[in-house]
Write a new protein. Structure first.
Length: 397
């Protein structure tokens, strides 16, 4: 590895904590150590921090404070939403609709559900990773209880037509869940305008601490409440209003709220800054390295996501060689990057397995600079050229 310079371009896997968030978390580790369920003043102080954090996080998506439920991760929030809906609505129906490019935190619970007499429709996507809303509406039956489509894809960055999906779900009285882990804090989200009933997010994707996530559950009013949609999948004490037991991680949640506060204040400017850097990389790579292409939608994508395909080389080799040059990237989702199987997302958008293996995900962040991008664009061509020279896949070799 290049000891003199190291550039982190894997923010889709996780982000470094913002120093302002670290300060907030440390403050509450020192001062807010009480159990938020305790009646004494130290416990009640922790309870007040939770209320304030809920309000801050809810404001980012135009939700109500009490519709926010804290979890340990985005994965737990996804599982809580999916299994909670299935359990609550088993007498109403057993059909679920999702996409073929969901994160494993959604895909695997659905595969598990299929073993329990639940029918799952996996909608195809086009070459950009977009579902067809006509396919979605045609797939709905009188047994459909849930539509779950991710807000933006974690590998290729494509943003789905969430508002249109929400309108279809509302029209047919079907619950709509979106895994917004990658989009939360990066692009505007309004759960009311988009008719989202359930939404998952995680703190570590927006410069907050790991081990903290949340599930937004739309409150249907006094009579129906959150129970309109789901029921708990874990049982214990009465934490999180009986929806998610276990002693609450107050310092981590306070850090999550601080990260949301910063994202809300800086989203517009930061988004435009990252789009400029993103497009510079896309142009610099595709115009200067032959047999290279962009995966995902050219414009309807996350501000920080670039997924590039390189013919005749393997993505893992690119990642390792870039690491030696002092640059951190990935081949796709960090949750499956050690798998030898080609990405199910890339196969779903129509790539052949051998081509899908030759991809590189570059994801920018708050701390990515113009100089970082210039250094990446300087080092990448040499890496690709070197790997193609020794590749058995290269033309004429």
């Amino acid at each position: 590895m290049n000891d003199s310079k190291y550039i982190y371009l894997d923010n889709a896997a996780t982000t470094p904590m913002d120093p302002r968030v670290i300060e907030e978390v440390n403050k509450h580790f020192r001062e807010t150590y009480g159990n938020s369920s305790s009646l004494h003043s130290i416990g009640q102080r922790a309870g007040q921090i939770l209320l304030k954090s809920r309000e801050t996080i809810a404001s980012l998506i135009n939700a109500k404070r009490d519709d926010i439920f804290f979890t340990s991760s985005g994965t737990e929030a996804d599982n809580m939403a999916i299994f909670g809906v299935v359990s609550k609505n088993k007498n109403r129906g057993n059909h679920i609709i999702t996409s073929s490019i969901e994160h494993h935190a959604v895909e695997n619970p659905y595969k598990k559900s299929e073993k329990s007499n639940v029918e799952v429709t996996f909608l195809p996507v086009d070459k950009y990773g977009l579902i067809d809303t006509n396919d979605l509406e045609n797939a709905i039956t009188d047994k459909t209880i849930l539509i779950s489509i991710m807000f933006a894809n974690n590998e290729i960055g494509t943003i789905e037509p969430i508002k249109e999906i929400g309108a279809i779900a509302k029209k047919h009285d079907v619950i709509f869940h979106t895994d917004a882990v990658q989009a939360f804090g990066k692009v505007p989200i309004d759960v009311n305008d988009m008719n989202i009933d359930l939404l998952s997010a995680a703190a570590h994707k927006l410069y907050g601490p790991k081990g903290v996530g949340m599930l937004y559950i739309r409150n249907k009013g006094v009579r129906e409440g959150w129970g309109k949609y789901i029921e708990p999948i874990m049982y214990g004490g009465g934490h999180e209003r009986d929806m998610r037991p276990s002693t609450v991680n107050v310092p981590g949640i306070a850090g999550f709220a601080k990260a949301v506060e910063l994202a809300k204040d800086e989203m517009s400017i930061e988004s435009q800054r990252q789009i400029k850097l993103r497009d510079k990389i896309i142009k610099g790579v595709t115009e200067n390295i032959e047999d290279t292409f962009l995966n995902g939608h050219p414009t309807q994508r996350l501000p920080n996501n670039i997924n590039l395909g390189f013919k005749y080389v393997e993505g893992e080799s690119i990642v390792l060689d870039l690491d030696m040059e002092g640059i951190a990237t990935s081949t796709g989702s960090a949750c499956s990057s050690k798998s030898l199987d080609p990405s199910h997302v890339l196969l779903a958008i129509g790539l052949e397995p051998e081509v899908a293996h030759g991809t590189l995900r570059v994801s920018l962040g708050r701390f990515t600079t113009e100089e970082d991008v210039a250094y990446f664009l300087e080092k990448l061509p040499g890496v690709i050229e070197r790997l193609r020279k020794i590749s058995p896949l290269k033309k004429g070799s």
